[in-house]
Design a protein around this ligand. Structure first.
Ligand SMILES: Cc1cc2nc3c(=O)[nH]c(=O)nc-3n(C[C@H](O)[C@H](O)[C@H](O)COP(=O)(O)OP(=O)(O)OC[C@H]3O[C@@H](n4cnc5c(N)ncnc54)[C@H](O)[C@@H]3O)c2cc1C
Length: 465
């Protein structure tokens, strides 16, 4: 009997009939992803429901040298969660909220709990979990931890790494790392939980985490502002922070991004006569009932100084939601426009204007007539820089230029001391470039950790390293 065939049978037997499937119709949605960029295959999908079951199946895989790919909500944007022949392990049945405590300000959620469920649970006890992203209806706690996800509140609250107090994981050899602490201070040696955060599933299977909660902000104000230049956006960000102390999110969108949202998505109203060159979407939050007044005073001063051309402060929640809908549809709006080369980059905030000028020059030189959508998290320097194929040019000939385009954009990023992956990770899509650009000493440290924890290279073996 084929060795892997008997291992697959052992895995099935270990989980029982509810814990696995080979049904192609049930597996199919797990083999493709949101942007239709990757499709995969797997001989078997496992769906363990407890940490103990994960220990057993990883123990079997380790012993047999059988590779696995872990999948949470399948919203990752770098292809890491799509198996290519490996056994697929889904976290969908490890999905309990084990505890929530308003005094410790902490929630213990299992890997398959969806982000919006954590938001709801926190809300029910008068608290908040500050990681917010457009995929929050599907992205899971295990996926958010494994990608060290960011989102729109990073400058104020930090990335996912900053929210994790403790963590439980199963190592590739099937043993448990039991670190579900609720402590905010613990200096006893290496902080091992950080190995799993941002590891993209290469060092172990995260089963649960203790996450920090924060106080709800009783007052919020959302403003949509028309700007002429990215320089104005950067100056405005610092001005508003200094004057209000309450900037929770500061997102920017360029004109083409907004125009495509209006063209390709329903109900995308912009409250200005013409779509401005740049829009800034600013969310303020705080405990102070005078917040709205302070915000309006700061915005009036910015307008008088010429930093802002026009602005609208949302009058109610519905209007605030409509401003956010514009921002959240920046990616979806590009889909009908054809092929696009996407870049999830970060540079120091002060360098955003220089990045945009230099990247535009490089992109237009390599792909004359290309259409550029730039948007994202201005407050932490993370710009999503998407280059869409020119109209009238075939997707195929555009794709031929994409490697040179990526190289040129990332050269600009590196020359400004930035990062070629700000929040989505490396996955399979940026792996080759990461291995080429990352300093050899960093790679050697990462490989040493990988070899120590996963000597048979069974966990997400095509990802990252
Ligand atoms: C519309 C949209 C908007 C987005 N916006 C943002 C954004 O603003 N900021 C941002 O950072 N990301 C964003 N993303 C990307 C994505 O939502 C995040 O990367 C998210 O963290 C992935 O979570 P997931 O549960 O879907 O993980 P998956 O896509 O299933 O997996 C992602 C990675 O995590 C690994 N993994 C998953 N679960 C586990 C586990 N339990 N143990 C070990 N490894 C595991 C997988 O193997 C894979 O390497 C967006 C995606 C979409 C589609």
């Amino acid at each position: 009997m084929d060795a892997h065939f008997s291992t697959l049978t052992r895995l099935q037997d270990a989980l029982g009939p509810n814990g696995w499937t080979r049904d192609p119709d049930l597996i199919a949605p797990h083999l493709v992803e949101w942007r239709d960029r990757w499709s995969g295959n797997t001989p078997l999908m496992l769906m363990p429901s407890t940490t103990g079951e994960v220990e057993i199946i990883l123990g079997i895989c380790h012993e047999a040298g059988l590779a696995v790919t872990t999948q949470g909500g399948n919203t990752g944007l770098v292809g890491a969660q799509i198996p290519l022949g490996e056994v697929l392990i889904s976290t969908k049945r490890i999905n309990a909220i084990r505890a929530i405590d308003p005094v410790d300000d902490a929630i213990i959620a299992e890997a398959g709990v969806i982000l919006s469920q954590v938001h709801d649970a926190a809300h029910q006890i008068g608290k908040r979990f500050p990681i917010c992203l457009a995929s929050e209806g599907s992205a899971t706690i295990g996926g958010l931890i494994s990608t060290n996800a960011g989102g729109v509140h990073v400058r104020r609250h930090g990335m996912m790494r900053a929210q994790v107090l403790g963590l439980e994981a199963v190592l590739p050899n099937g043993t448990r790392y039991d670190g579900l602490s609720v402590l905010r201070k613990d200096n006893t040696g290496y902080d091992l939980k950080h190995l799993f955060i941002g590891a993209e599933g290469t060092l172990g299977f995260v089963t649960a985490a203790t996450l920090k909660l924060v106080a709800q902000s009783p007052f919020t104000t959302v403003a949509l502002l028309a700007l002429d230049t990215p320089e104005q956006a950067v100056r405005l960000l610092h001005r508003l922070e200094a004057q209000t102390g309450a900037v929770a999110a500061f997102e920017v969108m360029n004109r083409l991004g907004v125009e495509l949202a209006q063209k390709n998505c329903a109900n995308m109203a912009v409250p200005f006569g013409n779509v401005p060159k740049w829009l800034a979407l600013v969310e303020f939050e705080g405990p102070d009932p005078d917040l709205a007044v302070r915000v309006e005073t700061a915005l009036m001063a910015a307008m008088e100084e010429g930093l802002v051309q026009e602005g609208v402060v949302a009058q109610n929640q519905m209007q605030a939601k409509s401003f956010w809908a514009l921002r959240e549809n920046m990616s979806a709006a590009q889909k009908p426009e054809g092929a696009a080369a996407k870049h999830d980059v970060s540079v120091p905030v002060s360098k955003i204007p220089a990045f945009l000028v230099q990247a535009d020059q490089a992109a237009r030189q390599i792909v004359p007539g290309c259409r550029i959508v730039a948007f994202g998290h201005c407050s932490d320097g993370n710009i999503h820089y998407d280059v869409i194929q020119p109209q009238g040019v075939s997707a195929q000939s555009f794709q031929g230029l994409v490697p040179a385009l990526n190289e040129a954009i990332h050269d600009v990023v590196m020359s400004l001391n930035g990062s070629i992956s700000a929040e989505h990770g490396i996955g399979v899509s940026r792996r080759e470039e990461f291995l080429r650009r990352e300093p050899a000493s960093h790679l050697a440290m990462m490989r040493a950790i990988k070899a120590a924890l996963d000597p048979h290279n069974i966990m997400n073996p095509r990802v990252l390293l």
